[in-house]
Design a protein. Structure first.
Length: 384
């Protein structure tokens, strides 16, 4: 999948994004999963599991139809669907797929209306492929956008919320079909309540949230993130097929999108990983010792997703910009639950679009929201 754009033009929030491919089928899933793992910055759930669920749905029901934000009808009812909980739990408590349909149906009953399309709430890992699976099984379109442009650990950390869409009502469902519909005054309270329900339900649940019309979705969404996710995977596939530098292909590829800036931050070997499941999140840090001419060490802190990278104590990247840990040999993302001692990795930093760098956005998912002391500094302004 590629984007229509004027030659040589950088993308910004005013550019209209129209996918050239109108469906997502079996042939797209490997690249979609590969790209989702990178945009997930370590989180979003295991893309392999999500890919299997999407593949099963597409084999049975056919490809999922893709709507661009620009063509989404103003009065269409759009709902975000995906999974909630610690990624470490999801790879042990593998979902069967039905729970995501049940979550959507529970929210429809609450709203008194069937939805017209689904949208990912984040661009990352399993939560990029779950909406494709739901769309294929329900015969609905999936909207080419999302509410994060990456993955974040908490559900109020979305552009949907930042720009005025209520998170409630929200449906939370487990693998048995037990369900809770949450009504709350603000998105942060919805997150707090839903996190508690998710913990009681075993640490991972299916959710449906952020009901909105098409006109609102255009205003509050990150555009074309499913298309971008698929393109990221294809940059990797094409570079491998052409025996060219995969990391450089990623850096060059992002330069032609609305993300714009990407750079290699560090290369090394994982020498320590500290990880625990706490409050429903995978929380910890990874230490990487330099190799291949890179000296010193890089410390990366994460809460489901990678939040901050420091090289010998010096800031190199910080949330909301993307910090992607890639296996150096395969140049594929390593999610936080799969970090292991001895892995050779490359750390890639990627800037986020301006819609995620406004004062309103940084107040919700900037460094202070995670208890980090440093202020946000764009990756393109940091040394290294």
């Amino acid at each position: 999948m590629t984007f229509e754009q004027e030659p040589g033009r950088k993308w910004d929030s005013n550019v209209k994004f129209t996918p050239l491919v109108r469906t997502i089928g079996l042939d797209d899933l490997d690249d979609l999963c590969r790209g989702a793992a990178i945009l997930g910055t370590g989180g979003g759930g295991d893309p392999y599991i999500g890919g299997l669920l999407a593949a099963g749905a597409i084999r049975t029901n056919g490809p999922a139809t893709l709507w661009s934000l620009d063509e989404t009808p103003d009065d269409a009812l759009i709902v975000a669907v995906g999974g909630m909980g610690a990624p470490t739990v999801a790879i042990e408590k593998i979902p069967n797929g039905d729970e995501y349909l049940w979550a959507l149906e529970a929210l429809e009953r609450q709203l008194g209306r069937q939805v017209d399309a689904v949208i990912p709430f984040e661009a990352g890992g399993m939560n990029s492929t779950i909406p494709v699976m739901v769309a294929a099984r329900r015969g609905l379109p999936v909207v080419d956008g999302d509410g994060m442009g990456r993955a974040f650990p908490e559900l109020q950390m979305e552009t949907f919320n930042v720009y005025g869409v209520p998170a409630a009502p929200m449906a939370v469902v487990n693998e048995w079909g037990d369900s809770v519909v949450i009504e709350a005054r603000e998105a942060k309270m919805v997150e707090w309540l839903a996190r508690g329900v998710t913990i009681r339900m075993g640490g991972h649940t299916a959710i449906a949230e952020y009901a909105m019309d098409g006109a609102t979705a255009r205003r509050v969404s990150m555009p074309a993130t499913l298309s971008l996710t698929l393109n990221v995977g294809r940059w990797i596939s094409d570079a491998r097929a052409g025996h060219t530098d995969v990391l450089q292909a990623l850096i060059d590829g992002f330069a032609g999108t609305h993300y714009q800036h990407a750079k290699l931050l560090f290369k090394g070997k994982l020498t320590d990983v500290s990880r625990r499941t706490e409050r429903g999140f995978a929380i910890g840090q990874a230490t990487i010792e330099g190799i291949d001419g890179w000296t010193g060490s890089m410390l990366i802190q994460f809460q489901n997703e990678n939040l901050v990278a420091r090289h010998d104590g010096v800031l190199r990247a910080i949330v909301p910009d993307l910090i992607c840990i890639l296996d150096s040999e395969k140049v594929e993302a390593v999610t936080t639950e799969r970090l292991r001692y001895g892995q050779r990795v490359s750390v890639l930093g990627v800037s986020v679009p301006e819609i995620m760098r406004t004062p309103e956005a940084l107040a919700v998912f900037g460094p202070a929201a995670f208890g980090l002391d440093e202020p946000f500094v764009p990756i393109e302004r940091l040394a290294g």
